[in-house]
Design a protein around this ligand. Sequence first.
Ligand SMILES: *Cc1c(COP(=O)(O)O)cnc(C)c1O
Length: 371
Amino acid sequence: MTTQDFQITLNERSATAEERERVLADPGWGLHFTDHMVTIRYKEGKGWYDARLEPYGPIPMDPASQVFHYSQELFEGLKAYRQADGTIVTFRPYANAARMNRSARRMAMPEIPEQLFVDSLEILVSTDREWVPTREGQSLYLRPFMFATTRALGVNQPADEYMFVVIASPSGNYYARGIKPVSVWLSRDYTRAAPGGTGEAKTGGNYAASFAGQAQAVEHGCDQVVWLDAVERRWVEEVGSMNLFFVYGTDAEHGGQGARLRTPALTGTLLPGITRDSMLKLAPDLGIPVEEGRISVQEWREGCESGEITEVFGCGTAAVISPVGHVKAPDMEFTIRGGETGPIAMRLREELIGIQYGTRPDPYGWVHKIV
Ligand SMILES: *Cc1c(COP(=O)(O)O)cnc(C)c1O
């Protein structure tokens, strides 16, 4: 199946330039959607079929659809960026396609050909290109997702029919008012993912299971929740829906012997972030070595107290890099770098954003041109 096989129905009620401009003046995050969407169906034995580009709108569903009852669902998230010369690009879309298929294997769902996944993004973004914001730091967030449509309540097998959908949402700059470090709550009551579970799959159920922990973080005056490992409740895994990085030492420019990064290793319970993976490649090329390993809560606290740990930040597609300034738990509380944003987080952020928006070279071939 190629882009020629998409049946195209343009939206007769597409937003006018004025309506679009009103949204793009202050898009917020995940609140507004473009004029079109992609839908593709799958049936066991038949494969992927009925690819469409059609007006954005409700999807009629049978109430017995398997996804409503047993949550066979997965999703992806990436952005389209408008570069200074007007070119529209996405960032590492084949990495998202590959991750969606890894998630699919865990959730006993069908894999989608990587090229069909990327074609779907291209056809949607090029049709709705006027929705890709031009203002600094803004982008068009792309949300591919897949769910089980089989009409059956039997619980003992995966569905045999699915739907793949892509929608797009203009999104504002997460840090329009400047980067502000977040405060985090170490959850001791809840965990996000257990060994053998679905932690490394990007599936909605992981989020449903995380909201109670996130609500607790907010009750304690924190922005986000930090997830510890489910077995010992000792090893730091992720923050909210971001991967974590710890900076040890200080670079020469700021009077130190050199900074290095550590990030929790992918044990099967962490989501393998594409931003995380990009940091692993980018940082060493900037002279900042990175290692993957285990970091305990105790090491985190003691490292901050001794000054060995100089910065901590979360990273993911939505916020890019989000410094952590303050840590709270039932039995402890400490700040990192006096709650200020550090130079390593800022530098990595600027490098990555520079590649995405085309203001810096892209030696890795990460940027994928759409139009
Ligand atoms: C999506 C996600 C991330 C970040 O992944 P990116 O590919 O960098 O956006 C991290 N943790 C969780 C739990 C996620 O769902």
